[in-house]
Structures are given as structure tokens and as C-alpha cells.
Design a protein around this ligand. Structure first.
Ligand code: ACO
Length: 382
């Protein structure tokens, strides 16, 4: 019998794939997609360009980007029977569950050899990136008793999602801010949902089952959703003065309670995405007017830096994303679905990479149960 490797809970630090999609150095706050720093991509690219980069491994030429964007636009619509499925779901249900159900349903409407045929693989990827925002917006409308808004054929990927929520075309600042937020969330290496996508994909099932599974993984409170809790926490802090915020933070730390939006498994410095989002938040608030919550967030960050900065606890991406989404008018329980809208490109990049050199995942286990137990017939069990 081969010598057993040591058990590592959560597979922390155990390599699960060879990959060229995303590089993170948490000690220095470096994040790169396909070798390009996130700061550069956020400043110069649209989400469509970043999705192309993640899926195909290189930045597109203008012609390639135009063709890719046109394909995304053409695939934005939903089959009316997928909308019908959404209409049958209870309106009190969580939007992540509605998204999981609708994406899984897509597999029935788009059957085919998604795995062996490269054209089919490409089309499935485009379809998923294009339709996930439409599903999220349609569900939000349906649960309120409104008809879904048909996707625009004129707006970019980010602006079109905001438009489908309420029928109002967002201005350039809101569109750009949301576009960058999508770029920042598009990929983040081997987290739980990405690992899920690779494991499910390694069985050679269809990409709709893969993305539905990844959405399910992202639904858990330990993965997506911290930004909702950041907003909840900040909205309870109604005095933004330094003294009051410091007292609150010290109390909470003394009680060993986590302060939402701070700390990260990988980053020991400020999450580079938080720095970019903070700049975007500033732009948005300059244009649309500030709110007390933004002032509180800034003060809490200053106080936390003095209190726990030396432990490597700094704002993570969730700290400013909720504040930005709220200002954009996105309902709080859509924050995690918005994460999925962005991350679908990363999941698919990993799926395609997995399929290039696939081996089905089959880890081992550490046996802690009893063995060779004597069977007792039902009639004799006391
Ligand atoms: N507030 C207060 N103290 C914290 C925080 C925090 N947010 N994060 C870590 N610490 C403290 C811990 O209590 C621990 O203190 P100790 O050494 O006195 O026991 C020390 O810092 C190390 O903490 P760990 O839990 O080991 O840090 P880890 O890297 O394992 O956890 C995690 C990272 C889970 C993200 C944690 O920081 C946390 O719960 N943060 C709040 C929730 C949050 O914002 N999650 C979103 C993460 S980003 C994302 O998922 C996209």
C-alpha cells in the first residue's frame, strides 16, 4: 500500500491543479489574471476584454473583441421556458437558489457534445457569460411581480445588467464602476467554487451542470455574501467620529468577534481589489453624493489599521463592494449573484483548462470508522 499523505483539513495549501489562469501573492498583495496585474486590467479593460482574456488566455485584438462582444449580445436573451421555470419558484427564495436552478435548467435546453467539440465548448462559455446576468435580473423582476426587461443590444455587459434591473440606462460613471467591479471579481484562483467547477468538470459533464454547481458552492456564507454583512455592520455604526468608531472596534476585538470585510485567507496586506474598489466608491460618491456609511467605512479602516494592521488584517474585496453596489441601487440579496455574474468567466476558464489535460478528481481519505463489524439481523438488534 502506498504511504498515505498527511491529512490537511480544507486541503489548505495542497495544490489541486496546474494552472495559468490566476496568480496571487498574498504577502505583497499581487493579483494577476493570465499574467496581467489586476490594476492594469481594471484601469484599461472592459469586463468583456477580461472575460476573453480569462477564457482564451490572451487579450483580444479589436476585431476579436468586437466579434466576442457581438456573440455575447446575441446570447443575452433567455428562452421563454427558462423564464417560465423562474416564474414557478417561490418569490421568497434566495436569488442564488434561483440562479442555480435556472443554470442547471439550461443544460436541458442546450444539449450537445460540450466537452469534445471545441466550437461547442466555446459557445457554451459565451452563452453562460451572456445569460447569467439576464437570469439574475429576470428573477429580481419576477419575484417583485414585474415582467423581466429584455436585454439591450446597445449597452455593454455591465451597463446592460443595471438596465435590466429597472429599465433605466445607467450613466457612464455607474456603468464604468460596475464594469470594474465585475473585472475585480472575475477570477481568484483555487477557491471553493472554482475547485467545485474543476471537480465537477473533470467528470466530463456539461458546462451548465458545472456552473450550477459552482453557483451552489458560492452560495454558502463562508464564500460569497460577506459584503452583505459588511453593510449590516456599518449601518449600525451611526456615529462616524474617530473616538466612537475606535471604541466600537476595540469592544468587538476584545470580545474576539470578527469585523466583517477585514482579513483574508491569502492576503496579509490590503486586498488589491479593495484598494481599487475604494477609489471607485470615492468616484461614485463624489458624483452621486456621499452617505454616512461611506464615512464610517473610511474611519473604521483607519482605526483597524492602527489596531490590527500589524497582524496582517486589512480590508478585503467585500469591504467596499457592498457599499458600491448599494449606491448603484442593487438590492442587497443580489450581491452574491452579482459575484456569480463576474466569476462565471473564471469558472469557465478553469473548466476549459481542466478539460485540456483532464483526469477525474479522486482524492483519498483517512479512515476513522470501525471495520469488519459483525452483522446482526434486524430482529436481533436491541
Ligand atoms: N476581525 C477581527 N479579527 C480578525 C479578523 C477580522 N475580520 N480576521 C482575522 N482576525 C484575527 C483572528 O481572530 C485571529 O486572531 P488570533 O490570532 O488572536 O486568534 C487572527 O486574526 C488570524 O485569523 P484567522 O481566522 O486565522 O485568519 P484567516 O486567514 O484564517 O481568516 C477570514 C480569514 C476567514 C477571511 C477572516 O479574516 C474573517 O472571518 N474575516 C471576516 C469575514 C470576511 O470579511 N470574509 C470575506 C473574505 S474575502 C472573500 O471571501 C471574497
Amino acid at each position: 500500500m502506498a504511504e498515505a499523505l498527511p491529512y490537511v483539513p480544507g486541503l489548505a495549501g495542497v495544490p489541486a491543479a496546474r494552472t495559468s489562469v490566476c496568480l496571487i501573492d498574498g504577502e505583497v498583495g499581487k493579483l494577476e489574471y493570465r499574467g496581467y496585474p489586476i490594476e492594469v486590467l481594471a484601469e484599461h479593460c472592459t469586463y468583456e476584454e477580461v472575460a476573453y482574456l480569462l477564457i482564451f488566455g490572451a487579450l483580444p485584438t479589436k476585431t476579436q473583441l468586437d466579434a466576442f462582444s457581438a456573440e455575447l449580445v446575441a446570447e443575452r436573451g433567455l428562452k421563454f421556458r427558462i423564464v417560465d421555470v423562474l416564474k414557478t419558484l417561490p418569490e421568497s427564495g434566495h436569488p442564488m437558489d434561483a440562479l442555480t436552478a435556472a443554470v442547471a435548467t439550461m443544460g436541458m435546453f442546450y444539449p450537445g457534445d460540450h466537452v469534445a467539440d471545441p466550437d461547442f465548448r466555446r459557445l457554451s462559455a459565451i452563452r453562460l457569460i451572456a445569460k447569467v446576468p439576464t437570469i439574475v435580473a429576470a428573477w429580481d423582476r419576477i419575484r417583485r411581480g414585474d415582467d423581466p426587461i429584455k436585454p439591450s443590444t446597445e449597452l455593454g455587459h455591465a451597463a446592460n445588467f443595471l438596465y435590466m434591473l429597472d429599465g433605466n440606462e445607467p450613466g457612464p460613471v455607474a456603468s464604468r464602476v460596475f464594469d470594474v467591479a465585475l473585472t475585480l471579481h472575475a477570477e481568484h484562483s483555487m477557491n471553493a467554487s472554482t475547485f467545485t467547477a474543476r471537480v465537477v468538470g473533470s467528470t466530463l459533464t456539461d458546462p451548465y451542470a458545472v456552473v450550477a454547481s459552482a453557483v451552489g458552492a458560492l452560495s454558502g456564507p463562508l464564500h460569497g455574501g460577506a459584503n452583505e454583512r459588511v453593510l449590516e455592520m456599518l449601518s449600525k455604526l451611526d456615529d462616524p467620529s474617530a473616538a466612537s468608531v475606535r471604541r466600537w472596534a476595540e469592544d468587538r476585538l476584545a470580545r474576539k468577534e470578527k469585523i466583517m470585510g477585514f482579513g483574508h485567507r491569502v492576503y496579509r496586506v490590503k486586498d488589491p481589489r479593495a484598494t481599487i474598489l475604494q477609489g471607485l466608491a470615492q468616484e461614485l460618491f463624489d458624483q452621486k453624493g456621499s452617505t454616512p456609511i461611506y464615512a464610517v467605512a473610511g474611519e473604521l479602516e483607519r482605526q483597524m489599521s492602527e489596531l490590527v494592521g500589524d497582524k496582517g488584517i486589512y480590508p478585503n474585496v467585500d469591504y467596499y463592494s457592498g457599499i458600491v453596489y448599494q449606491k448603484l441601487g442593487i438590492p442587497t440579496d443580489l450581491f452574491t449573484p452579482v459575484f456569480a455574474i463576474a466569476r462565471v468567466a473564471g469558472w469557465l476558464a478553469h473548466l476549459l483548462e481542466q478539460l485540456e489535460d483532464n483526469r477525474i478528481y479522486r482524492p483519498s481519505q483517512v479512515w476513522v470508522g470501525e471495520a469488519d463489524r459483525a452483522f446482526v439481523p434486524l430482529s436481533d438488534r436491541g
